[in-house]
Design a protein around this ligand. Structure first.
Ligand code: NAD
Length: 511
């Protein structure tokens, strides 16, 4: 494998790199602060190797203060009882401020995560749209009334905010994912404590700045920077927190469920995936192979929705594999600050080693590397990059077919019958998303019904809309984000039964 086999984007002008690190502080009760013990942590750009962020490292004192502030702000009632119109106006102001600052937000997102700048920019714009959508929900949400319970009875179903929401987010889509949760929580009337990943804290800090600029009352949103231990763990156990909404790995998701159990908090989880795309012989192979390449290399494969395994009918398997290999060579990867780059750096050296181990184990188990299969150096860049990789001859029992590799590594499996395709697709602990490629609407519908997944794409991959709910089944999570359902997650139902007049028959009758 030589560099000539790929489309490499080498280092751009180094003057594009920051002269000093972004400095991140906690936001607690409307005040920006360092940690009481002065602790900090640093983040280096995974593509360039240079330090880009220095952030306050939260401990018990900071989480305690942030939760106390969110609790006070909720219990005081100013936010939860504010009219939907006012709440919506605030969310719309935030959306406008995100638009105004999108270039600044995208740049630090790229520097911390390694993702291409053009993609980061699109994500920030998508996030602004989520704030606008949540604003619409804030104005239109309502409960139910029942007037068919009899002449003397009226029933009301109120939708009330759950309370204090703990929001814990991962590093792969930091700004987008906090925007899949926070505006919906705020639209519902909740207050929040937010903890971004320790690898990508800065864009959440910028969001906090924009919330303050938009006029959000102090204490309604608090941000604590730092690690899962102790910050995330304390947010999951504290009795003053009413719900935890978490996006991240399935392992940590299970730990959060256990931590939240003693106080029976509501827990919403968006976890990992091992998402199959199934290609039938009548598929439009131009569209399908392009979507396969997009599905596996988008965000360097570090994506819960990564289409990390394709299940291809035997009759077309070799043609599909060859086409995918040819397209993979044309994927521009390298310096994420270059607008031409489509695939950037892998998030850390440790993670890169994990990806590489999956490939080695697959080869050991009998699979064949058709392209890539190793780290690659990009000229002029000190960070870590993994070559676009295609592995064929993968069988359902191999770790690479079942576990989330979270890298630019595609596994190719084959099938003979519809039933076998469905069985292979469902043969994973995960159930986040799935895709089917066929010109027959009957095949697409039958597959959509049979596959165990929260989202099914037919003849497309990874489209997304604020209006459509997103989430997983099995070990991919519980609850839904986006759409009306995304708001419902932050609402509790209260039933009010009202008698009209003195018509209630006495329980104890007169003698
Ligand atoms: P991670 O689970 O390591 O960390 C996620 C967050 O949890 C971070 O903020 C981390 O500090 C915090 N955390 C760690 N330990 C904790 C603990 N014990 N208690 C509370 N919080 C703790 O995940 P990651 O590596 O940042 O992200 C990658 C994972 O996220 C992948 O598995 C991916 O599939 C998943 N993901 C899922 C979705 C989805 O919508 N389903 C979206 C993006 C990412």
């Amino acid at each position: 494998m030589g560099l000539d086999d790929f489309t490499l984007i080498s280092a751009t002008d180094p003057s594009g790199l920051p002269t000093g690190p972004f400095v991140g502080r906690h936001l607690i009760d409307g005040v920006w602060c360092d940690s009481a013990d002065g602790a900090t942590f640093e983040r280096h750009s995974p593509a360039h190797g240079t330090p880009v962020t220095r952030a306050a490292r939260g401990g018990g004192l900071e989480v305690d203060a942030a939760i106390a502030a969110a609790r006070r702000a909720f219990d005081a009632g100013g936010w939860r009882y504010m009219g939907g119109r006012e709440r919506a106006a605030l969310l719309l102001r935030v959306a406008d401020l995100i638009d105004r600052d999108r270039a600044r937000i995208a740049r630090i997102e790229t520097l911390e995560s390694g993702k291409p700048i053009s993609q980061a920019l699109a994500e920030i714009e998508g996030a602004a749209d989520l704030w606008r959508y949540a604003a619409a929900l804030a104005r239109t949400q309502h409960g139910d009334s029942h007037n068919s319970l009899g002449a003397d009875m009226l029933g009301l179903v109120l939708k009330e905010p759950v309370g204090v929401a703990a929001i814990i987010t991962p590093w792969n889509f930091p700004f987008l994912i906090v925007s899949q949760k926070l505006p919906f929580a705020l639209a519902a009337g909740c207050t929040a404590v937010v903890k971004p990943s320790e690898l990508t804290p800065s864009t959440t800090v910028i969001l906090g700045e924009l919330l303050m600029e938009a006029g959000l009352p102090a204490g309604v949103v608090n941000i604590v920077l730092g690690y899962g231990q102790p910050v995330g763990a304390a947010m999951s156990t504290d009795p003053r927190v009413d719900m935890v909404t978490f996006t991240g790995s399935t392992g940590v998701g299970k730990a959060i469920v256990a931590a939240a159990a003693p106080t029976l908090k509501k827990v919403s989880l968006e976890l990992g995936g091992k998402n199959p795309q199934v290609l039938f012989p009548d598929a439009d192979l131009d569209s399908a192979t392009d979507a396969v390449v997009f599905g596996i290399y988008f965000n360097a494969g570090e994506c819960c929705n990564s289409g990390s395994r394709i299940i291809v009918h035997e009759d077309i398997a070799e043609e599909v594999t060859e086409r995918v290999v040819a397209l993979s060579r044309r994927v521009a990867f390298g310096d994420p600050l270059d607008p031409a780059t489509k695939v950037g750096a892998v998030v850390s050296g440790e993670h890169q080693a994990k990806i590489d181990q999956y490939v080695r184990d697959a080869v050991e188990a009998g699979a064949s590397v058709r392209l890539g299969g190793a780290p690659l150096e990009v000229p002029g860049l000190a960070g870590q990059f993994y070559a676009p990789t295609v592995i064929s001859g993968v069988t359902g029992d191999m770790a690479i077919a079942r576990e989330e590799v979270f890298g630019p590594v595609l596994s190719v499996l084959t099938f003979r019958s519809f039933e076998e395709a469905v069985a292979l697709a469902n043969d994973a602990a995960y159930g986040l998303s799935a895709g089917v490629w066929s010109e027959s609407v009957h095949t697409c519908l039958a597959f959509s019904r049979a596959v165990q997944a929260g989202t099914v794409w037919t003849n497309t991959w990874m489209d997304g809309f604020a209006e459509l709910p997103f989430g997983g089944v099995k070990e991919s999570g519980q609850g839904r984000e986006l759409g009306r359902y995304g708001l419902e997650e932050f609402l509790e139902v209260k039933t009010v039964q009202m008698r009209i007049g003195r018509t209630r028959s006495p329980w104890i009758t007169a003698d």
